[in-house]
Ligand binder design. Structure first.
Ligand SMILES: *Cc1c(COP(=O)(O)O)cnc(C)c1O
Length: 445
C-alpha cells in the first residue's frame, strides 16, 4: 500500500470535513478504509496458503459488518460469508456471494431456515443433535440437494470446552457455553461419533472457540481438539467421512495501537505448529473471521458540541455514544476505544494532554465514549475520531434515544486526494419515524 493506515486515516478525516460529510443534520459519520480491508483479506488468504495446499474457504462473519457493499468487497477478495440469521443470509445473497461460499451457523435455525438453506445449497453447521434430527427429516424427504455434488455441505458444531478468555460474554468454549455439542460432557463424545456413523452425509466438523479476549493458545487448543475428534470419527467410519474442518473465527484485535497483532500469519503458524496434521492436505478448511478483517479499518467521526467541567472533570459532549459504540459504553473495561482529537478542519489537535471524559449524546450518565482520557483539551467545534470501529460498532446500530444510524463511507486515500463511496446513507429523521410505527399512529386507539 502507498502509505500507512494512520496517514490514510488522517487524510480521510481532513477530506471528510472538507467535503462536508459531517453536518448539523448528520453529526456522526463512519469511514471505512477500502485499501485496509483489501489488505486484511489478502493477508488472510496468504497466511493459510503458506500453511496448506488444501482448499480453504474464508467466510466473513457477517455480523461483524452486515453491509452489502462490504460483503461484495470481501467477496471480490475471495472471502465468502458466514451467516447466522435470515437477514444475514439475505445480505450475503444481495452482495452476490455464491451459495457454495456461504456457511450458515445460527444456534436457533427454524425448519424453514434449514429447508431454505438446503434448497440454496449453502453449507450448514448444525448446533446440536436435535437439529441433526431435523436435518435427517429434510435429507430423507429429499429437500434440497443435501451433500450431493453442488449441494449443501453439512456439519456439526462442537464445543471443545477449552475454557474462557478475558471477556465472558464472548467466550464460546466454556464448560456451559450455549453453543455446539459440549465434547467433555458425560457420553457426549460417543453420541457425536455415533451421530456421524448414522449419517454418511455429515462431512464437516465445526468449532468457534470464542472471540476478542481469547489467546492464540486457547484457540489452537480448540482446533486441536476438533482435529482429534475428526480423526476418531474417520477411523470409526473406516473412511474419510469428515473431509472439511471449520475452525471458526475469533482472532483478537489490538485496540491499543495501530499495530495489527496478532496477525493472520501468526495464527496460521501457531495452528500449523500445534496441529500440523490438520494442514497436510487431507482436510479442506473453512475459516469464519469477523472482527480481525474489519475492525482496524473503521473510524467514527463526530463533532464536539459543548464542553463543560463537572466536579473538576472536563467533559466534551459529542454526538457519538451508545448508538455506535454500544459495547464500549456498557462495558468500557472490556472494550476501550482509542480516541484521536482533530480541529474543525481536521488537523490533529495539539496541546498538552488533559484528563477528560468524551461523552455521547444519549440520556443516561454512562454514555461515555472514553472516561478520564488524556487528550488535548477539547473545545466546541473540534472533531474526535473513535478508532478501530470497523467491526461490530457503527455497523451494529443501537436505536437508543432514536439516535440516527450514521452514514458509512468507504474511502480511497491516494496521494492525489480522497474519494468517498457511500456504503450506507445516514438514516433520516423521517426514516426514524417510519420505523417507529409512524405510518399507523392510530393503531392503538
Ligand atoms: C461471531 C462468530 C464468528 C466471528 O468472530 P470474530 O471474533 O468476529 O472473528 C465466527 N463464527 C461464529 C460461529 C461466530 O458466532
Amino acid at each position: 500500500m502507498a502509505h500507512l493506515a494512520s496517514d490514510r486515516r488522517d487524510q480521510a478525516v481532513r477530506a471528510a470535513l472538507e467535503q462536508g460529510l459531517l453536518t448539523e443534520a448528520d453529526p456522526v459519520v463512519a469511514l471505512l478504509d477500502i485499501a485496509g480491508v483489501r489488505a486484511s483479506a489478502a493477508a488472510l488468504r496468504t497466511a493459510f496458503e503458506e500453511i496448506t495446499d488444501a482448499p480453504v474457504l474464508h467466510a466473513f462473519a457477517v455480523k461483524a459488518a452486515p453491509l452489502v457493499p462490504v460483503l461484495r468487497l470481501l467477496d471480490s477478495e475471495g472471502v465468502g460469508a458466514e451467516v447466522a440469521s435470515p437477514g444475514e443470509l439475505a445480505l450475503a445473497l444481495a452482495a452476490g456471494v455464491r451459495p457454495e461460499r456461504i456457511v450458515l451457523d445460527s444456534p436457533a435455525k427454524t425448519r424453514a431456515e434449514l429447508t431454505g438453506a438446503l434448497d440454496l445449497g449453502i453449507a450448514v453447521n448444525a448446533d446440536n443433535l436435535q437439529e441433526l434430527d431435523r436435518i435427517d427429516a429434510l435429507v430423507g424427504s429429499g429437500a434440497g440437494r443435501a451433500s450431493g455434488p453442488g449441494g449443501s455441505q453439512l456439519g456439526l458444531r462442537v464445543n471443545a470446552q477449552v475454557g474462557a478468555g478475558a471477556i465472558g460474554a464472548l467466550s464460546t468454549a466454556t464448560a456451559t457455553s450455549k453453543f455446539g455439542v459440549a465434547l467433555r460432557d458425560e457420553g457426549a463424545r460417543e453420541r457425536v461419533v455415533r451421530a456421524y456413523l448414522d449419517r454418511p452425509w455429515l462431512t464437516r466438523l465445526h468449532t468457534h472457540s470464542g472471540s476478542q479476549g481469547l489467546g492464540l493458545e486457547l484457540m489452537t487448543q480448540g482446533v486441536r481438539a476438533v482435529y482429534e475428534l475428526a480423526e476418531e470419527i474417520n477411523a470409526a467410519a473406516g473412511r474419510q467421512q469428515i473431509d472439511t474442518v471449520d475452525i471458526g473465527g475469533g482472532l483478537p484485535v489490538n485496540f491499543a495501537s495501530d499495530e495489527e497483532t496478532p496477525t493472520f500469519a501468526d495464527y496460521a503458524r501457531a495452528l500449523r505448529d500445534t496441529v500440523p496434521a490438520l494442514f497436510d492436505g487431507r482436510y479442506g478448511l473453512v475459516t469464519e473471521f469477523g472482527r480481525s478483517l474489519l475492525a482496524k479499518h473503521g473510524t467514527v467521526l463526530t463533532r464536539v458540541e459543548y464542553t463543560k467541567t463537572t466536579g473538576g472533570r472536563p467533559i466534551a459532549v459529542t454526538h457519538a455514544g451508545v448508538q455506535v459504540a454500544t459495547r464500549t459504553v456498557y462495558d468500557p473495561a472490556s472494550w476501550p476505544l482509542r480516541i484521536v482529537a482533530y480541529d474543525a478542519k481536521g488537523a490533529p489537535r495539539t496541546g498538552d494532554d488533559v484528563v477528560q471524559d468524551v461523552a455521547g449524546p444519549a440520556c443516561f450518565a454512562g454514555d461515555l465514549l472514553a472516561e478520564a482520557r488524556a487528550l488535548p483539551l477539547l473545545e466546541p467545534g473540534d472533531v474526535i475520531a473513535a478508532l478501530d470501529t470497523g467491526a461490530y460498532y457503527f455497523s451494529s446500530h443501537y436505536a437508543y434515544n432514536s439516535l440516527a444510524r450514521p452514514g458509512i463511507h468507504g474511502f480511497h486515500a491516494d496521494p492525489g486526494g480522497v474519494r468517498f463511496a457511500t456504503v450506507r446513507a445516514p438514516q433520516t429523521i423521517a426514516g426514524i419515524v417510519a420505523e417507529a410505527g409512524g405510518d399507523r399512529p392510530d393503531a392503538l386507539l
